[in-house]
Ligand binder design. Structure first.
Ligand code: KIV
Ligand code: ZN
Length: 511
């Protein structure tokens, strides 16, 4: 049975989701999980975009054991050289070059004729192939490109050395019947040893179905992201593609290398680190995906799960919590639970984690998996912190002007100092943000504020995600904070977002 290559672009296209920028430590955590999952290719970033992106791609290339590691480049010498520098340390490096081919992109964006697009594509692919064994070429906005020109460009790119030809539906415009024909025509015109890949966006909700139909038309590689995150409405979702190919092998007659039991842990990790929550009814990984509400369904499932379940939660690595973790649990129980959740416990400072676990367990009866993972995440994903909350006290209530006092530890130029400020606000969260604003010398635009209970019950940890912006036109940067006290969690989230923004700015200024 022929194999479908799973090309994961969570760390590149996925990171282009508004507010989803991740730091290097977070990207490495995700890359490790993708590697454990046996993803064939990890697209780790766009190295020319910033120092941070370059370093992240290089770090992932050095870290990953099984998967090939890919970097993105425009069809320009400088981009390709930078990309090669970043990926060359990987066991299997890949350079991914893209060039827009559609009339609107040629005319409005590139201001290039068809001949120029063709010539520059060939030049770039030849140059990349002189550096790297595996070069992929993408015809950006392929689905709005004249089919004859698309075929001309991809044949030229393959002739120049590209081993994989990717057909992106960049703006999520195509429909399954149309895409099937495009892919058939492309497959027919290319030599048999060239891999045809697809990269579908979800603007009309067609990303996964378009990817699957492309497989039926002869595509052998699918580009996708965990939880379907990505530019605008996102990309084809990896879990939907992989589980469709697995569950409906009878239709697709293709196999995938993926260890499907790593899907759920990967999904939770990406959601936490990207700050993008998963909708409850999301296929495969949504909270409700294996829940049965209707009486008739519950009755059926009690007799035989297969009456209403086409796959088991276990097959995607979603385990029933057999063991309750609480204040009497010891380190061994925690280590075992972390292993069950797919965490490499050698990377976790267990003694430190145990201290935070006990603090949390003292505040609540049961500690749930997501809460445990949040503690691990806080430890593994620790940012270089410029600002840290040392103390927070708020006052609010009926007929009371809400106020907050915040003390921050400020780490700058190798020195740390404590500073304290107080402020009033529209509520205790706003008051704490105003006090933090006074301490750091500016207040950012609060573009997003979300709060959710991590687990069940009134004593659950609350997780707050905030998105901040410098001004209306700048990118949104998110931060998260988790605590049993939601005001504290809100302040932690705000300060984390500020730290991320400062670090990303420093990285950008170094370019
Ligand atoms: O959507 C797109 O066209 C892309 C390319 C760079 C492959 O992300
Ligand atoms: Zn894309």
């Amino acid at each position: 049975m022929e194999e479908i290559i799973i090309f994961d672009t969570t760390l590149r296209d996925g990171e282009q989701s508004p507010g989803a920028s991740m730091n290097i430590a977070e990207k490495i955590q995700i890359a490790r999980q993708l590697d454990r999952m046996k993803v064939d290719i990890i697209e780790a970033g766009f190295p020319i975009a910033s120092i941070g992106d370059f370093e992240a791609v290089r770090a992932v290339a050095g870290e990953v054991k099984h998967s090939a590691v890919c970097g993105l480049a425009r069809a320009r010498k400088k981009d390709i050289e930078r990309c090669w520098e970043a990926v060359k340390g990987a066991r299997k490096p890949v350079i991914h070059i893209f060039m827009a081919t559609s009339p609107i992109h040629r005319e409005a964006k590139l201001k290039k004729s068809k001949e120029e697009v063709l010539k520059e594509t060939v030049k770039a692919v030849k140059f990349a192939s002189s550096l790297c064994n595996t070069v992929e070429f993408s015809a950006e906005d392929a689905t709005r490109t004249e089919i004859d020109f698309l075929k001309e460009v991809v044949v030229a790119a393959a002739g120049a050395g590209a081993k994989t030809i990717n057909i992106p539906d960049t703006v999520g415009y195509t429909m399954p019947s149309e895409f099937k024909n495009i892919i058939r025509e492309v497959v027919d015109v290319l030599p048999r040893d060239i891999i045809v890949s697809v990269h579908c966006h979800n603007d009309l909700g067609m990303a996964s179905v378009n990817s699957l139909i492309a497989i039926q038309a002869g595509a052998l590689q699918v580009e996708c992201t965990v939880n379907g995150i990505g530019e605008r409405a996102g990309n084809a979702s990896m879990e939907e593609i992989v589980m469709s190919l697995t569950i409906r092998k009878d239709i697709f007659k293709r196999r995938v290398n993926i260890d499907t039991t790593k899907i759920y842990p990967a999904s939770s990790l990406v959601s936490r680190l990207s700050g993008i929550y998963i909708q409850k009814n999301k296929a495969i990984v949504g909270e409700n995906a294996f829940r049965h509400e209707a009486g008739i369904h519950q009755h059926g499932v009690l007799q035989d799960k297969l009456t209403y379940e086409i796959m088991t939660p276990e097959s995607i690595g979603k385990k029933e919590e057999a063991l309750v973790l609480g204040k009497h649990s010891g380190k061994h129980a925690i280590i075992q639970r972390l292993k069950d959740l797919g965490i490499d416990t050698r990377k976790v400072k267990i003694d430190n984690l145990f201290v935070s676990f006990k603090e949390l367990a003292d505040k609540k009866k049961e500690v749930y998996d997501d809460e445990l993972l949040t503690l691990v995440n806080e430890q593994l994903g620790k940012l270089k912190k410029i600002y840290e909350i040392d103390y927070i006290h708020t006052v609010s209530g009926t007929n009371t002007v809400p106020s907050a006092t915040v003390r921050l530890k400020i780490n700058k130029k190798g020195k740390s100092e404590m500073k304290e400020e107080a402020s009033i606000g529209d509520g205790p969260v706003d008051a704490s943000y105003q006090a933090i604003g006074k301490l750091i010398g500016r207040v950012f635009i609060l573009a997003d504020y979300r709060i959710k209970a991590i687990s069940k019950g009134g004593d659950s940890m609350g997780e707050v995600t905030v998105g901040i912006k410098e001004d209306d036109s700048s990118a949104e940067i998110h931060g998260r904070g988790a605590s049993t006290d939601i005001i504290e969690a809100s302040a932690m989230a705000y300060v984390e977002a500020v730290n991320r923004l400062m670090i990303l700015k420093q990285q950008r200024e170094q370019v």
